[in-house]
Design a protein around this ligand. Structure first.
Ligand code: NAD
Ligand code: UGA
Length: 458
């Protein structure tokens, strides 16, 4: 089948490349001509593990190509996927302007019988609006629009796409449903569950899935705070609850608050939809506020527990919103770094992939090409992203490199003893035993200290 992707970003490129390697002939179109020029040279504008190799394969097989010419991109396509961004509008609701503009732009070029597939994450009713826009442009033309939300994660996008838990196919007529099914036939044959439903349900499924996953993270972050106050250990609590299959162990890692291009904007859009339709999503409204507060609260904690004076230097390790991506959209670093600077601290920072993107959002930072260089002379180090490279940190070396002694690990990457045995103070999330041993100057923390379990004992 001839497939065109409108939008060559994380989703458009991953989906396009994977569909090409599954045997379809795919063309990726983007309004950003400079991006297409880079892609034609196979110079990837994003970092995504495995994507470049797969893309090279698909291009060599003549199954994947790139274009900045809309007409030639759309005219021959049997299916045109819209995979453009859907950012937040000023009130938190979704900004559909890119999706609706794309619909208007492709309309004149669609061939008879082509299916338009909304891949972008959109609020309920959007496929219908896209259909109306194309119908207005094309008059009596038989317009078919489907919804096929995407569930891949950045950093594991290729594997997520090729080995999905399920595929959601939203269509309001039999022919559209059949075209969608044939695009994904190889998955259906492999036994991947297909949720074949209406476009409206498909749109609701996508937001509900993201909101639910984000709620799990928000919940566990609050429980981590409770563990710190009551002498608990979040790792044991998550294991204890996660083994219940109704809860599950995934998405229960405490962190500095969720970020990225999806959960923050999608929870806001979900809440706005609830308000618009008179079905308030109060849990999600609270989650959004708590997640924003968490980032600033964790910045305050660095100032307080680190006992940092204005002029002191802090090393921030990790700028991406999660490991294995160069994406910094709504990353914790973008809130925490300015908060530290506002308090008069100097910030040095390292990230294996995301410095180029972070430069656009934070200023007056000294960028380092290795974590130890970032830490040289710093009073404290703050770990915000769970890169494997940071898991290998040598704390003996780090202790000699730092001028101070405070380590804030907001991803719980280390056993407390691995850090404190080098004379460093270690602050992690939801591990009260570590905090107590820290205060008592105890290096070895092997056992749960029942003395701290008494209510009121911080
Ligand atoms: P992105 O910002 O990486 O890419 C979007 C691309 O669309 C850009 O290259 C932009 O130039 C292009 N574009 C904008 N308007 C256009 C137009 N009119 N015609 C052609 N190209 C146009 O975005 P993304 O991360 O790929 O996300 C795309 C959509 O997929 C969003 O709705 C997002 O919520 C959803 N989604 C993203 C992920 C993810 O992990 N990033 C996962 C699932 C779903
Ligand atoms: C998320 C969803 O996981 C995907 O299924 C979905 O397709 C995508 O959004 C989307 O709709 O765009 P992504 O944003 O790439 O994917 O990354 P996640 O792995 O979900 O992480 C999101 C944020 O939550 C990150 O900041 C991460 O560090 C944080 N997180 C995640 C935690 O703090 N704890 C966890 O246990 C898991």
């Amino acid at each position: 089948m001839q497939v065109t992707m409108i939008g060559a970003g994380y989703v458009g490129l991953t989906t396009g490349t994977c569909l090409a390697n599954l045997g379809h002939t795919v063309r990726c179109y983007d309004i950003n001509a400079a991006r297409i020029v880079r892609l034609e040279r196979l110079d990837l504008p994003i970092y995504e593990p495995g994507l470049e190799e797969a893309m090279r394969r698909a291009v060599a097989d003549r199954r994947l190509s790139f274009s900045s010419q809309l007409n030639e991109s759309v005219a021959e396509a049997d299916a045109v996927f819209i995979a453009v961004g859907t950012p937040s509008g000023p009130d938190g609701g979704i900004d559909l302007s890119h999706v609706l503009a794309a619909a208007k732009q492709i309309a004149p070029h669609l061939k008879r019988g082509a299916l338009v597939v909304v891949k972008s994450t959109v609020v309920v009713g959007t496929a219908r609006r896209v259909r109306e826009i194309i119908a207005r442009e094309r008059g009596a033309f038989d317009v078919r629009v489907a919804s096929n939300p995407e569930f891949l994660r950045e950093g594991s996008a290729m594997a997520d796409f090729m080995d999905p838990d399920r595929i959601v196919l939203g269509a309001d007529d039999t022919r559209s449903r059949n075209v969608l099914r044939s695009i994904y036939r190889s998955f259906e044959k492999k036994g991947v569950p297909m949720v074949v439903t209406t476009t409206g349900n498909a749109e609701l499924i996508k937001y509900s899935a993201n909101a639910f996953l984000a709620l799990k993270i928000g919940f566990i972050n609050d429980v981590a705070d409770l563990c710190e106050k009551t002498g608990g250990d979040i790792a044991e609590v998550t294991r204890g609850i996660g083994l219940d299959p109704r809860i599950g162990e995934a998405f229960l890692s405490p962190g500095p608050g969720f970020g990225g291009s999806c959960f923050p904007k999608d929870t806001r859009a979900f809440a706005a939809t609830g308000r618009e339709y008179g079905a308030p999503q109060k849990l999600v409204e609270t989650l959004i506020a708590r997640n924003d507060q968490r980032k600033t609260a964790l910045a305050r904690r660095i100032l307080k527990e680190g006992q940092l004076q204005p002029g002191a230097a802090v090393a921030v390790l990790g700028l991406a919103f999660k490991a294995n991506t160069d994406d910094v959209r709504e990353a914790a670093a973008l809130t925490i770094i300015p908060a530290l600077q506002k308090a008069g601290l100097r910030v040095t920072a390292h990230d294996p992939k995301a410095i180029g993107n972070a430069r656009q959002f934070v200023q007056d930072v000294t960028w380092a090409d290795c974590p130890y260089k970032a830490c040289a002379g710093a009073s404290a180090v703050v770990i915000l992203t769970e890169w494997d490279e940071y898991r290998q940190l040598n704390f003996g070396r780090l202790a000699r490199t730092l001028s101070g002694d405070a380590v804030f690990d907001y991803r719980n990457l280390f056993e407390p003893r691995a850090v404190t045995q080098h004379g460093l103070r270690y602050f992690s999330l939801g591990r009260a035993a570590a905090a107590v041993a820290q205060r008592a100057g105890v290096a070895a923390i092997d056992t749960w200290d029942r003395r701290v379990a008494a209510p009121g004992h911080a």
